[in-house]
Design a protein around this ligand. Structure first.
Ligand code: DUC
Ligand code: ZN
Ligand code: ZN
Length: 470
């Protein structure tokens, strides 16, 4: 392994901000100082650049079936896209098929991902079928396999939804072993009624996706999830929070000292439900769950991010092509031409998280640089058992480093991004800030527009306890 020396960058962590040199040996940060000299090390000049710890995106879906449709990024293409966006670790999902053992779910996903990944990775396990045998397996998943977070759905009846008893049992089982339940919090049964009513009235266009998933039903489920966790005396994590009413429940719980946590996503911070008025079928590009909300909701999310009521920005990268079918099967948004409920549910974003948050958060003064690093790297590492190996720039930590030009302008476009998806939620948006170089455990994997990484070089991360960030 070569030794590298990154000279003169502005090193920014969740707490620090100074000019310095970073010496990396055997994939780890060895020394940080001023005017370091290491004669045989490969040198990189970082003057004028910001140096961040590698981004950690704790919510991605690569190569997974979502209902009847498969995501259009493989672990190979999705992790390359992530790397170009400054993300060096993803936490993806392993979906339990009904009746399947949790260990098999994990092993099958690992076998699929491991030969392909270009960055480091771990999994949350999605539990769809909870019974005594499954519950009995979970301790060993946490302790031996390093899977300390379990996602459950309060939405999508008959497909993914589990009942409150299953959630509560799982919380109690994993909570005292260092596990945490992550919830997709929407009241799926009521939403199903609204969907059926809309379809009966002939309302089939994409905007009815949004009209049938009201903010109140996100809030109701968020409240229920928190109360279940409170009774079980365990931490709880709400994924992709979008509604101010749901955030109010998090704030209220946290004010009472309850370890309730939540992430939001760039699309809720920068887009709103006017996108559903796009002409023709274009609006299907914005069919993700929860849907985009009213514009005024954004200011509540930003406030949550500033005051730590929201701890993480993740992408929920869940790409489906609009037209093309790179997988050779018709898994595109077009499936829902005649029925909004059949539109594959999810949107891309893994490549844009850092630049959007830098441009639209730091540059606008909504958050400062330290908070930016906290939201995209440090809090994800601490929340999901990866800190201090990941999530900071410190001696002994993995040398996952992003060299970022804060002044370079770029225009976002599907023509230039690296995901296989054929559209961008942010097509044509001009942003300031660009990822210039990315190091994964000391190896240069992105250099400007060049991909230097390799499929299979990403390492599976066994994680310690989740939800112990207080
Ligand atoms: N929830 C997710 O987290 N991702 C895709 C779709 C969904 O409902
Ligand atoms: Zn979800
Ligand atoms: Zn998701």
């Amino acid at each position: 392994m070569t030794e590298i020396l990154i000279k003169g960058g502005r090193i920014v962590t969740a707490v620090d901000d100074y000019i310095g040199d970073i010496f990396v040996k055997n994939g780890k940060i060895e020394t940080i100082g001023r005017q370091l000299a290491v004669p045989n090390a490969q040198q990189y000049n970082a003057s004028g650049l910001l140096v961040f710890p590698g981004g950690i995106d704790v919510h991605t879906h690569m190569e997974a079936m979502q209902g009847v449709a498969m995501n259009c990024d493989t672990y190979a293409t999705g992790t390359i896209a992530a790397a170009f966006g400054g993300t060096t670790t993803i936490l993806d999902f392993a979906y339990q098929n009904k009746g399947e053992s949790a260990k098999k779910t994990l092993d099958d996903r690992l076998a699929l991902a491991e030969p392909q990944v270009g960055i480091d990775f771990g999994f949350h396990l999605i539990l769809t079928d909870v019974n005594k045998d499954i519950l009995a397996e979970l301790s060993s998943l946490i302790e031996a396999d390093g899977v300390s977070s379990f996602k459950m759905f309060m939405a999508y009846p008959e497909i993914l939804m589990v009942d409150d008893a299953a959630i509560f049992r799982t919380m109690r089982k994993v909570g005292d072993r260092g596990g945490m339940v992550n919830l997709h919090a929407e009241n799926g049964s009521v939403i199903q009624v609204l969907i059926e009513e809309a379809l009966e009235q002939g309302n089939t266009s994409p905007k009815y996706h949004s009209l049938t998933r009201p903010r109140l039903m996100e809030a109701e489920a968020t409240h229920r999830a928190i109360r279940l966790a409170e009774l079980a005396e365990v931490p709880v994590y709400i994924v992709h929070l979008s509604a101010p009413e749901a955030l109010e429940n998090i704030v209220e719980a946290r004010d009472r000292g309850i370890p309730a946590f939540a992430e939001t996503c760039p699309h809720y911070l920068f887009l709103d439900l006017n996108e559903y008025e796009s002409p023709g079928f274009e609006a299907a590009k914005y069919v993700m769950t929860p849907p985009l909300r009213e514009h005024h909701c954004q200011q509540h999310l930003w406030r949550g991010l500033r005051f730590d009521d929201l701890q993480i920005v993740a992408t929920d990268h869940c790409p489906f092509c609009f037209n093309e079918q790179p997988l050779g099967i018709n898994y595109s948004k077009q499936l829902g031409q005649d029925n909004f409920a059949k539109i594959p549910n999810g949107a891309p974003g893994v490549e844009l998280r850092l630049v959007l948050l830098f441009d639209g958060g730091v540059r606008t003064g909504k958050i400062n640089l330290n908070r930016f690093v906290q939201l995209v790297s440090t809090a994800p590492a601490k929340m999901f058992g990866l800190f201090p190996q990941k999530g900071t720039i410190a001696p002994g930590s993995d040398a996952d480093l992003v060299l970022f030009d804060p002044n370079k302008k770029q225009t976002i476009s599907a023509k230039t991004h690296h995901s296989r998806v054929d559209y961008s939620l942010f097509e044509g948006r001009e942003v300031t800030g660009k990822v210039e170089k990315v190091f994964l455990r000391g190896e240069l994997i992105v250099d400007g527009d060049r991909w230097l990484g390799e499929a299979g070089k990403g390492a599976y991360l066994k994680r310690s306890a989740s939800g112990r960030i207080l």
